[in-house]
Design a binder for this molecule. Structure first.
Ligand SMILES: Cc1ncc(COP(=O)(O)O)c(C=O)c1O
Length: 368
């Protein structure tokens, strides 16, 4: 059996540090926010090259509060992509704003920057690119359009901890950057978690209040807020893990490079790394027209794979009210039918990588 991710292997490699961190929180009894969370906010913001980091209880909450801090609400429009996890779009809907989609650029699976200007209306307030699979969207043209039209750029960096665009870490490139620490993410908590990073002290002040019932000091509620606070335990665990993140990211990148080599001539298309990117391979997605048959063949050999994502958001039942139809975003729709995510985690051995590649070659009818 080769799992898609192996969180147990990672825990065992850092067990002593994690167990000590958890014990510290139990002793301090700072179960919600507290010193560990505050220290993690500083450390992760610094890692991203941002001045402020506000920790919350999920990546979805991070997106929701980033949008609210940017002043987005009912009657506004936010431009994003349909080839993403549903949370990107749900967070826009939570604010009362309308998600407006543009298609992806098919090699990078990220926002097609040539379609953004055509989607701008009087109601547009923000652009929300997604750094899908761990590869940054093409940020310079997006920033330029945003500047020209006076729009806020909010990065969905939930899948891209440590990814770089032209040498700059994602999250601190736009006005606000949103991260998820869902357990399987490159930097994963042992539960739910998220963070918004930014350089603006005003955004930081608003988000700090909104995540904690809108209060500036206890029981003085300035804004209508939420209970979106990070737990102390998650802050302590994430601090430990952050110290290993670069090593794990390099291990993922080495696994990806090995897959690339092993899959040459196999009939499946390896990921394209754009010239501006440091790809961090949250997902290593190959692509081929007969994806479902390949997935079944791999599963029959005990190799777990995933599909991120089988239905683009504009075709999901939950978002039918947006009024989009099949055919509206052909690159997203085609990708949804053809991508297959292979096992990817820092502890994958070259033996396991070899087994996955051989199984793919065999499923594809031998060497080509
Ligand atoms: C692209 C993207 N955006 C947002 C989210 C939401 O994060 P969370 O699951 O922590 O709420 C996720 C992850 O699940 C994601 O992959």
């Amino acid at each position: 059996m080769i799992p898609f991710v192996d969180l147990k292997a990672q825990y065992h490699s850092i067990k002593d540090e994690i167990d000590a961190a958890i014990a510290r929180v139990l002793e301090s009894s700072q179960f919600v926010l507290g010193n560990e969370v505050a220290a993690f906010e500083e450390e992760f913001a610094a890692y991203c090259g941002a001045r402020y980091g506000i920790a919350v209880n999920s990546g979805t909450s991070a997106l929701h509060l980033a949008l609210l801090a940017a002043g987005i609400g009912s009657g506004d429009e936010v431009i994003t992509v349909p080839f993403t996890f549903v949370a990107t779009v749900a967070a826009i809907c939570y604010t009362g704003a309308r998600p407006v989609f543009v298609d992806i650029e098919p090699r990078s699976y990220t926002m097609d920057v040539n379609q953004v200007e055509g989607a701008i209306t009087e109601q547009t307030k923000a652009i929300l690119p997604v750094h899908l699979y761990g590869q940054p969207a093409d940020m310079d043209p997006i920033l330029e359009i945003a500047r020209h039209y006076g729009l806020v750029v909010i990065e969905d960096a939930a899948q891209a901890h440590g990814a770089e665009y032209k040498g700059h870490r994602v999250g601190s490139i736009g006005g606000l950057g949103c991260f998820s620490f869902y357990p399987s993410k490159n930097l994963g908590a042992y539960g739910e978690g998220g963070m918004v990073v930014m350089n603006s002290p005003e955004y930081a002040r608003i988000i700090r209040m909104l995540r904690d019932w809108g209060q500036e000091r206890k029981y003085y509620h300035v804004l209508k807020g939420y209970n979106y606070r990070m737990e102390g335990m998650q802050g302590a665990i994430l601090r430990v893990k952050l110290r290993h993140l670069e090593a794990w990211t390099e291990a993922r990148r080495a696994c990806a490079a090995r897959y690339d080599e092993l899959l040459v001539g196999s009939g499946v298309q390896s990921p394209t790394v754009m010239p501006y990117s440091r790809h961090v391979y949250y997902i290593y997605a190959v692509r081929m027209p007969q994806r479902d048959a390949l997935q079944q063949a791999l599963h029959a050999q005990g190799i777990q794979t995933g599909i991120h994502y089988p239905i683009p958001v504009h075709l999901l039942e939950a978002h039918a009210d947006l009024g989009y139809q099949a055919g509206d975003f052909p690159c997203s729709e085609q990708a949804a039918g053809e991508v297959l995510s292979l096992p990817m985690y820092a502890e994958l051995t070259s033996d396991l990588l070899g087994q996955v590649a051989s199984a793919i070659r065999q499923a594809q009818g031998g060497d080509r």
